[in-house]
Structures are given as structure tokens and as C-alpha cells.
Design a protein around this ligand. Structure first.
Ligand code: SAH
Length: 217
């Protein structure tokens, strides 16, 4: 509809930038090609939706940088039969990308408003395999657990215990950890029969994982 040539060009450039920043896995690129980031960015920043930058969304939060979304998606090694938990719905963009690959995505945010707005976009996209929750995602979703994959898109000091407990054996969790808002590492946790294996992937910068439900306006 509003697919003017310049939007099409910007989308091509978007995919090219993803590849050049290390997003090379086919299923991830295909998923990101299908999900229009422009649907998840509103107002003043909408015209920057295809730039590889984090952008402000409501409630003082941010939609992650597309290349980071891509790198996290491919690090998660999602397969079509998987049930995935995302902590930190934000705009809903990461959840929509995961939903192109996984069987079902459960996504939770502490801001009711963000969840409401993301639901509108999921409906518009006719994404039937995303289930949304409002709450403190650091407790996970005990009623839906265990999960094949867990992704956390806000930074904690350490991997939250309840999330580790809600991983399947053989499962993978990808999350940013760090003691400050500025120095964080993206890590990948594998749950083995015998325990957990931690791997450091790269430096990142995310908003903090905050306890409790937010009181929106
Ligand atoms: N994945 C999002 C970006 C998330 S920004 C996207 O694709 O747009 C981080 C989000 O984590 C924010 O929306 C914030 O409200 C949420 N968050 C922070 N702490 C949380 C918690 N304890 N439980 C659930 N969500 C949390």
C-alpha cells in the first residue's frame, strides 16, 4: 500500500546491512524479511524504522537494533516445532520475528500498554501463534513451562533462576547480563542433563530487567 519505491529500497538496504553485520542464517533472514519493522515503530521515529539502530518506543523503552534482533534469533537456534518464551515484549518486533520460525511464542512485558499495542500489530499481521502476557517475566511462565527456547530482551545481573528452571533439557536461553546499564554481555545458556553451560557471545546494551508490574498511565 505505502510500498513506494523508496521504502522498497530501504528494505533491501535493511537486509543487506543485517547480512553485513553477521546475520547470515537463512531462516532468520527470511523471518526478518517478512516482518516489517515499520509496523512496530510509531510517530516521529517511524521513518527511521529500516535503520540499524535501537529506537524509542512508549513507556521509556526501546525497540532493539535489527542486527541485534537477528543475531539473538540465530543464536537461539529456533526450530519449527519449538515453543519459545520471550521476556520483554516491548514493541513486539522480536516476538513477531520469532513467530515466523517457531510453533508458538509466549511473550511477556511488565508494561500493560506495550503489550496492548503489540497485540494490535500481531492482529494486523494475523499472527496466530503469539500469546501475550502482562507481568514480571523474571518469574517466567510456570503454567506454560518448560520451554525449548527462552530469550530475554532486558538486562539482568544474572540469568534469573526461574527462567533457568523453565528450560527444557537440551534447551537454549539467550540473554544480556551485566552489572550496569552500559556494560553488558549477550550470553547463551545451554541446559544439559548435568547442568548449565554458559557461553559469552558479544557486548550489547539493553534496558534493565525491572522487578514487578509497571503502572502505566
Ligand atoms: N523485544 C523488544 C525490545 C524490548 S525492550 C522489541 O522487540 O521491541 C525491553 C522490554 O523489557 C521493555 O518493554 C520492558 O518493559 C521489558 N521488561 C523489563 N523488565 C521486565 C520484566 N521483569 N518482565 C517483563 N518485561 C520486562
Amino acid at each position: 500500500m505505502n510500498d513506494t519505491p523508496s521504502v522498497a529500497e530501504r528494505k533491501m538496504q535493511f537486509l543487506f546491512t543485517l547480512r553485513s553485520r553477521g546475520v547470515t542464517e537463512a531462516a532468520t533472514l527470511e523471518a526478518m524479511e517478512k516482518v516489517d519493522r515499520g509496523d512496530f515503530v510509531k510517530g516521529l521515529f517511524a521513518e527511521r524504522a529500516y535503520e540499524d539502530m535501537p529506537l524509542p518506543i512508549a513507556c521509556g523503552q526501546t525497540i532493539s537494533q535489527p542486527s541485534v534482533v537477528g543475531l539473538m534469533t540465530q543464536a537461539l537456534k529456533v526450530e519449527p516445532r519449538h515453543r519459545v518464551l520471550e521476556v520483554g515484549t516491548g514493541s513486539g518486533y522480536q516476538a513477531a520475528v520469532l513467530a515466523q520460525i517457531a510453533r508458538r511464542v509466549y511473550t511477556i512485558d511488565r508494561h500493560p500498554r506495550l503489550v496492548r499495542e503489540a497485540e494490535v500489530v500481531f492482529d494486523k499481521m494475523k499472527l496466530g501463534n503469539v500469546t501475550t502476557f502482562v507481568g514480571d517475566g523474571s518469574h517466567g511462565l510456570p503454567d506454560q513451562a518448560p520451554f525449548d527456547r527462552i530469550i530475554v530482551t532486558a538486562a539482568a545481573e544474572d540469568a534469573p533462576g526461574p527462567l533457568l528452571a523453565q528450560m527444557k533439557i537440551g534447551g537454549i536461553m539467550v540473554l544480556p547480563v551485566g552489572q550496569s546499564d552500559t556494560v553488558q554481555s549477550l550470553i547463551r545458556v545451554h541446559r544439559l542433563e548435568t547442568g548449565y553451560d554458559y557461553e559469552e557471545l558479544r557486548p550489547v546494551r539493553f534496558v534493565p530487567l525491572v522487578e514487578g508490574l509497571a503502572k502505566d498511565e
